[in-house]
Design a protein around this ligand. Sequence first.
Ligand SMILES: Cc1cc2nc3c(=O)[nH]c(=O)nc-3n(C[C@H](O)[C@H](O)[C@H](O)COP(=O)(O)O)c2cc1C
Length: 168
Amino acid sequence: MQNIGVFYGSSTGNTKAVAKLIQTELGEDIATIIDVANAKSSDIEQFNNLIFGTSTWGIGDLQDDFEDFLSELSKAGIDGRKVALFGLGDQYSYPDSFVDGVGEIYELLEGKSCELIGKISVDGYEYDASKAEKDSQFVGLILDEENQDELTNERVKLWVEELKKQFN
Ligand SMILES: Cc1cc2nc3c(=O)[nH]c(=O)nc-3n(C[C@H](O)[C@H](O)[C@H](O)COP(=O)(O)O)c2cc1C
């Protein structure tokens, strides 16, 4: 497995903490974590494997730094790269816009020639609508620190095990 960049946008630190967990599970020698607030398209292009993580704010809005970073992501040359997404949200307070931000990133990347991996089952989550749900699956790892923080470590561990099998 070659180098992996874990890019995250985080307002109160939850997504940042999960990015660190993911880095630990992947191995600090091959995974680097990067705050999107300081990142450019050239930073993205350095990595053979990519992970993008965001929280959702407002009603279904991308986290602010990630919103600003979308133009960099959009112009990054990432043909042939394997890409996985993760996102944090609150399914009970925002059941109609649960982790919508992740869905926005997915929609942008669908138009590029990268390979999107890391989808998970929607089982175990309670919500009414989510832009991160496509074809009855979540398009990435979904975590809820407000209501299900006790599940986070295990969810991260299982997801990273799958990614390790698939990354370049
Ligand atoms: C004002 C406010 C709006 C939010 N809106 C949403 C939302 O629309 N959908 C969702 O799933 N979570 C929503 N959340 C929950 C956050 O995404 C969640 O707290 C997340 O863990 C924050 O991560 P961060 O600290 O990395 O930014 C909202 C939280 C707040 C305080």
